[in-house]
Design a protein around this ligand. Structure first.
Ligand code: FE
Length: 363
């Protein structure tokens, strides 16, 4: 048996919000818009949302203080604003951080949750969530997961419930045209990691595999040129691929790469996509032992000859090396071992396996 759940209504394409703006007034009368400090103002997405809301007679207030890897404090402040202002729904505009923040803010507007139950539930229905993606990577626009920084456990941690699938998502590739080369590379590799991890997860299903393969195809054809000039068509491919990769992990979750990458972001400051990209070659080596057919299929889809080719490509894209002390490694291992990502990895992951993968980052 397998289950497939994807309740988000997705609008995809240039000017999709303009074409589908009637949807706003079906959701509510007053919106809390959640963004980071700058990019939503630069890439035109914030202006597109506010003018679209106004044309539909929907009022709005703005919370534009979401940082990268948002903290519990930030989402609590925004939720307090939403409650005081009695908003009907929450709109997250941005990359993963504002979209994830919006999901949790919507949850906090209708639930009393302390710093522990925030991650465990039980939850009552949140306010409706609308997301507007402005990078091609996170997939958050079609998932039921929001990742926050949790200082109590010393890592990034997920809020995971079908209740936070966005009600509506707008994916307009034109909002990604101005994304800088570093973020373009990091987010595309995150999307690739979602597709690959979902495809190789113990929780993969026949339907999630269809999305994963297609996601790899659309992201894969641009992997060698990510840091150069990307055409508008390439940006569209990347956004389409990343949304399909999001639909994959909405079914499967992520695996060991994400579980291990969170520590590199939390303690070492590496961006999320970069952390995943550096871990991917070591992970693929493991899984090529347990799922050789699927791994071969990945090389085939990505037009690569094999693991060496893949490792060389990622090393070229992400030349960083990370040297960790044994103490750091043992600490990170203790955080990774209880995670769901480790549990859904199709390999018997021991403490020693995780430690070896972290050590490999120095090579
Ligand atoms: Fe990710």
């Amino acid at each position: 048996m397998f289950m497939y759940e994807m309740p988000t209504r997705l609008y995809f394409g240039k000017k999709c919000m303009e074409e589908a703006k009637d949807v706003w007034s079906q959701i509510g009368k007053k919106a809390l818009i959640v963004t980071g400090r700058h990019s939503a103002k630069v890439n035109g997405s914030q202006e597109a949302v506010t003018s679209s809301l106004e044309q539909c007679g929907v009022s709005w207030i703005l919370f534009d203080e979401v940082e990268n890897n948002p903290s519990i404090d930030t989402v609590r402040r925004a939720a307090a604003l939403g409650k005081t202002e009695q908003v009907d729904f929450v709109v997250g505009i941005g990359g993963g951080s504002p979209m994830d923040a919006a999901k949790v803010i919507a949850l906090l507007c209708t639930n009393e949750l302390d710093d522990r139950t925030l991650f465990t539930g039980p939850y009552e229905k949140p306010l409706p969530i609308v997301t507007v993606a402005t990078t091609a990577g996170t997939g958050s626009e079609v998932t039921k997961v929001a990742v926050l920084t949790n200082p109590h456990v010393g890592t990034k941690q997920s809020v995971n419930t079908p209740l936070i699938f966005p009600t509506v998502s707008f994916c307009d590739p034109s909002f990604t045209y101005s994304v800088n080369p570093t973020v373009t590379v990091d987010t595309a590799v995150d999307a690739l990691s979602h597709a690959i991890e979902g495809y190789l997860s113990k929780k993969s299903t026949p339907i999630s595999d269809v999305w994963a393969e297609e996601a790899m195809r659309f992201v894969g054809i641009h992997l060698e040129n990510l840091d150069g000039h990307l055409s508008k068509e390439a940006r569209e491919d990347l956004m389409y691929g990343s949304t399909l990769a999001g639909m994959t992990i909405a079914q499967t979750g992520t695996t060991l790469v994400h579980s291990m990458g969170y520590e590199l972001t939390y303690y070492k400051g590496y961006s999320h996509g970069r952390a995943n990209g550096m871990l991917l070659p070591g992970y693929m080596k493991l899984i090529s032992e347990t799922m050789p057919d699927k791994v071969e299929k990945i090389w085939d889809i990505l037009n690569l000859s094999g693991l060496d080719d893949f490792s060389a490509l990622l090393r070229y894209t992400m030349p960083d090396r990370i040297v960790l002390s044994e103490e750091e490694i043992q600490h990170y291992v203790s955080i990774v071992m209880p995670t769901g990502g480790k549990a859904s990895t199709s390999y018997e992951v021991t403490e020693d396996v995780v430690a070896r993968l972290y050590r490999k980052l120095a090579e």
